[in-house]
Design a protein around this ligand. Sequence first.
Ligand SMILES: [Zn+2]
Ligand SMILES: [Zn+2]
Length: 402
Amino acid sequence: MKPLLLPLLFIATTLTAQPLIIRAARVIDGRGHVTEDAAVVVEGSKILRIVPNAKTLKNVTIDLGDKTIMPGGIDTHVHIGWHFDAKDGRSHDDETDRNETPQESVLYAAENAMRTLEGGITTVQSLGAPVDKPLRDAIARGTLPGPRILTAIEPIFDDKLSPEAMRAAVDKLASEGADVVKVFASQSIRNGGAPTMSQEQMDAICGEAKKLHLRVAVHAHGPESVRRAVLAGCTSIEHGALIGQTELDLMAEHGTYFDPNIDLVFRNYFENKSHYLGIGSYTEEGFAQMKLAVPKALHVFQLALATPRLKVVFGTDAVAGSHGRNFQELEYRVTTGGQKPIDAITSATSLAAESLGLGDRVGTIAAGYEADLIAVDGDPLRDINALSHVSFVMKGGKVVIR
Ligand SMILES: [Zn+2]
Ligand SMILES: [Zn+2]
């Protein structure tokens, strides 16, 4: 038996371990480096290396021609479950009870996950609803298509809680398997963005999270809420539409990540106004507040780009109507905000990964990283709108969209 069995086993292993060689006109590694005429070699779920002068390679598995390969996008702020209900087109978020079964809700979320992946996003942080968790786990099992999901499960927003109760809330989220804590430290932009949490409350949340090795993403619009979050040692500031240079400098000094959401979230509300109007703070007055916030958010973003050492990451605050259009936020940051295309791509790949504590696993095309790769038509460094033309997606070494 032995002489026969050994060669067979050998063949079986070499066949499954056969690396894939994916060639394109250029490869952007997610850390600011570009290799023209290059191939990415993938073995199993991991990247082996980038090979230059790929035209001379004979055994290319997938030739992507004039396209550009880059790491899959990483959106640090989405709401993966929010959707428009099929029956009446109305927006369905975490706060509205619309007589939907959990089965229906999770399928809407799965549809959003598929759209997100088709849009070239292979990792998201969902900030966050209970439906995220079974979806996260189902996608991680490897059959259901969707981005890798990190979730906050349920945000902390009750500003009446004592510091002890805040710590208990963080403990509960940790025991439920949250990847991150989301806290509302200010009002919505539609209500003026004033602080809601005290310094003691923020200290309790972010201090407890740190003990449990959990990151904290803070919803904060105005200067005082941002200041409290940064001083409490929280991980990232979401939005920050009403802050100034002082708060940006403070974030840079403390290494706090800044995720300004400056275009897609607003534009999506305006484009889909009829689906939202009349729900909660989505009133005419709320919409007027959002219109006013657009130029302010753009100004803060431009100040942020010019702030030394400030880590500005990519996040969209994707809600119903935005899923799959995530990269439109990045296009706006370049075309209107003035960010360099290569920096924008880094902010949505390696830097976003670092901000999620995944900096050694995803977001970079280099040896040992997960093979999360996308290809876009043309060269996004010349025309960032190429990001709207995603024609190839690989996640964990599996081609999911081509
Ligand atoms: Zn619904
Ligand atoms: Zn949000």
